[in-house]
Ligand binder design. Structure first.
Ligand code: GLN
Ligand code: ZN
Length: 770
């Protein structure tokens, strides 16, 4: 029985990759420094897994930015506009790669970045491949082969990981009409065969094909395409050992197809969907000699594995098909969990009692190996002891007094329908707000955060280390806030924000102040490119001991006669971007958070704040992967937002914000949230995303983002006017707000100032043309 890991975090346990990339981008370090950092991280990960006793160690799971973008480079799916970048002297393929990810504005070139979107229901973002009719593919980057060879040189035979051809195509987008991207499979497959040929020449053993599209609703054509692809691969490489993976949900209706594939092993995510094991074992479709990779160790959450539960699943499978046909595995790539719990040494952050309930990537390796030892009988002397320790830890968590708070549970029970509805409908509120707010046509605003410069971050670091007192820290933040208020006044924005300088992260900031949350020091997880987040851990019942944002918002409002918008993170997003307790339904935890945010909304209103934004960028990514599960999720998610937002008077304007979403299929639910104003990400898709709102005749006000904040590129006024002209064609002018795509925290001041100045100019231009 082998142990199998689907992928390992690549940012480095101290975010080495983030720092190396950012230094390279800003010209502070050389290409070779970046390349060496990448190499060091890969070697570290391989050795760690080898030493832990993992048999199937992944390679090509490393990436300088994103594994889907890597695949686009591998198969040469490079949009024409980027070739200019390598034609410039001194630029390498890696510069081309980063240009695709981040855009390129240098030496007379001005190229926008490729689109980015969420990876299934995670908070990881991938770069969306672009496809054209009859597109030809060719092996462009040999990264996967190079990395296999690199590990081999170290004496480690790895299992290269490829995003499977069908999922790769399905995750992309047609850039012209008249074809379906799956039509390209015939052109694409030869590149996969070419890669396998080259890996074979290096004596590859196992190859992992990720086909996470299996967790979605697949059409018969899509299922047929998968069959075709893997049949062709088997035909050409009958002796290559292939493992096909699916994760984040069951194979579901696609199970028959999955079981019919000529692959050597099939991976099951038994954390998300333990019931599929019975379906498979009981069906007589499982071919003899096809191994099952049992994903029992959670790659999406940080709770210690419950060995007894896992062993029950493994033993059930073993009884049916024998241990020789089993692998013990992570449920998905460990990319989605932090690197190492051993780095959490500060008991102030993570109470020791809670720490012993957890396992991060490195600890999960040990869990996988211990489970294998326990089942295979080749008991190391310690494994029986480890089982006892595990049983005790699981029991201590279940019975811990830290987890349950009866007052919170009572309050949830007492929620009424009235609590989730505004006093009057939007048309009435709108009148009241127009009177009280007195804003111009096309009001301009931002999404909340302003640049989190290294300086601002250094204040927080010093404050945490005790090098700055609370009052010194507050003064610095106040100074930055005041400067930002002045800047917004200077460029004549209509609705101002305080800038969120006191916040490390939009979820962490709230989690730190809510009961039921704990924090890690080093629990970083990649969100996109070099951006990492440190999700809080929700371990117990949630409530708000004291107000969280009132002081800063009030301070900012006291500086200006313009409206300052209060900034909150919504309950679904707090839930979605945290590691959530797995001992009660997520809906229950979300409702508890909603009550806490509701308290904050009311306190802000009480403090004289007239506009309050409750960000819900994660509402769409929380959608279950299968449509049958949507209604239930949408019901409680929308209710949670309404519970948070509905306590206020008509004159208080509630905003919400969402980014990187497709809105078509949930537009009714977004409307049901009944925010007075919604701001959305739109510019990377050239306002395409606005169509859903237009077709639906979305009744409330809407701010379609007019420029992309994920890139340092400064848009021209005319560009934004063009986008807004597009918007105006489909949305009545008096419903439109003007704002960037998202918060500006990752940007620097010079480009921020230029871009917002252009944006206000665009608004003024439009007002004149009406
Ligand atoms: N208010 C947050 C900010 O401006 C919103 C961020 C987000 O939508 N991801 O940073
Ligand atoms: Zn956003």
């Amino acid at each position: 029985m082998k142990t199998n890991v689907l992928g390992y975090p690549r940012i480095g346990s101290r975010r080495e990759l983030k720092k190396a990339c950012e230094n390279y981008w800003s010209g502070k370090s050389s290409l070779s420094e970046l390349v060496n950092t990448g190499k060091a991280i890969r070697q570290h990960n391989w050795k760690l897994q080898k030493d832990a006793g993992i048999d199937l160690i992944p390679s090509n799971d490393f990436s300088f930015y994103d594994q889907v973008l890597d695949m686009s480079l591998t198969v040469g799916a490079i949009p024409q506009r980027y070739y200019e970048v390598i034609r410039q002297e001194g630029n390498t393929d890696l510069d081309l790669y980063f240009a695709m990810a981040r855009g390129y504005q240098k030496n007379g070139l001005d190229i926008t970045a490729m689109e980015m979107t969420k990876w299934f229901d995670t908070n990881y973002h991938y770069i969306v491949p672009e496809f054209h009719a009859n597109q030809q593919f060719k092996l462009f980057s040999t990264k996967i082969i190079d990395e296999f060879y690199e590990a081999k040189q170290l004496g480690i035979i790895t299992k290269p990981v490829l995003l499977g051809p069908v999922s790769y195509l399905l995750l992309g987008k047609e850039k012209e009409a008249g074809f379906h991207r799956l039509d390209l499979l015939k052109n694409l497959l030869p590149v996969y065969l070419d890669i396998l040929e080259k890996l074979k020449a290096y004596q590859v053993d196992w190859v992992q094909f990720d086909e996470p599209c299996f967790a979605l609703n697949l059409s018969p054509e899509e299922q047929q395409a998968i069959k075709y692809a893997y049949t062709e691969i088997k035909k050409r490489f009958p002796y290559l050992k292939t493992i096909l993976t699916n994760y984040f949900d069951c194979y579901g209706e696609n199970l028959k197809t999955a079981l019919s594939l000529p692959v050597n092993a099939l991976h099951l995510d038994l954390v998300r969907c333990p019931s599929q094991l019975d379906d498979i074992l009981e069906s007589n479709l499982l071919k003899q000699h096809v191994q099952l990779s049992l994903g029992v160790v959670d790659g999406r959450n940080i709770w210690k594995n419950d060995f007894q539960q896992s062993l029950a699943l493994i033993k059930k499978a073993a009884a049916k098909i024998g241990t020789a046909n089993l692998m013990i595995a992570s449920s998905c790539s460990l990319l989605h969990v932090p690197c190492d719990l051993d780095l959490e040494i500060n008991a102030e952050g993570l109470l020791p009692e809670i720490k012993q309930w957890l396992a991060f990537a490195k600890q999960k390796l040990a869990e996988i190996v211990t489970l294998q030892e326990l089942v295979s009988g080749k008991d190391s002397p310690r494994s029986a002891e480890k089982l006892q320790e595990n049983i005790a830890a699981i029991h201590r968590r279940q019975t811990s007094a830290l987890i349950h708070d009866s007052a919170v549970k009572q309050r949830v029970k007492a929620i009424t329908e009235q609590d989730t509805a505004r006093k009057n409908e939007f048309t009435v509120r709108r009148q009241a707000q127009r009177k009280s707010l007195n804003l111009p046509l096309f009001p301009t605003t931002t999404i909340g955060s302003f640049p989190q410069t290294p300086e601002v971050r250094s204040w927080r670091a010093k404050f945490k280390k005790g090098e700055l007192s609370q009052s010194e820290y507050n003064q610095l933040i106040q100074r930055e806030t005041e400067a930002t208020i002045r800047f917004q006044e200077d460029i004549d924005l209509d609705v101002l924000v305080h800038g969120e300088f006191e916040r490390n992260d939009m979820v962490e900031y709230f989690g730190e102040q809510l009961a039921g949350f704990v924090f890690t020091q080093n629990g970083w997880v990649q969100s996109y490119g070099s951006r990492c987040v440190k999700p809080p851990i929700i371990y117990g019942d949630v409530y708000r001991p004291a107000s969280m944002t009132v002081q800063w918002t009030k301070f900012a409002q006291s500086l200006t006669n313009k409206w300052v918008k209060g900034m909150l993170t919504g309950p679904v997003t707090i839930l979605q971007w945290s590691f959530v307790r797995n001992d009660q339904p997520r809906s229950q935890t979300c409702t508890q958070i909603a009550l806490a945010i509701r308290d904050e909304v009311l306190d802000l209103e009480q403090a004289g704040i007239k506009i309050i934004q409750i960000d819900e960028p994660a509402i769409r990514e929380g959608l279950p992967l299968r449509q049958a599960d949507w209604p239930n999720y949408l019901q409680w998610a929308v209710q949670a937002f309404r519970l948070a937002a509905s306590g206020v008077q008509d004159t208080t304007q509630i905003h919400t914000h969402m980014c990187y979403s497709e809105f078509n299929d949930i537009i009714q639910n977004i409307a049901d949230m009944d925010a007075d104003v919604i701001t959305i990400e739109c510019s990377r898709s050239q306002m395409e995303l606005l169509d859903a709102f237009a077709d639906f005749q979305y009744p409330n006000e809407i701010g379609p983002g007019v420029y992309d904040i994920h890139s340092p590129r400064v848009p021209a006024q005319s560009e934004m006017v063009n986008l807004l002209e597009k918007a105006k064609k489909v949305i009545p002018a008096d419903q439109i707000w003007i704002n960037p795509d998202c918060g500006l925290k990752t940007r620097q001041w010079p480009e921020t100032k230029e871009a917002l100045t252009e944006m206000v100019a665009a608004a003024k231009f439009l007002r004149k043309t009406i």
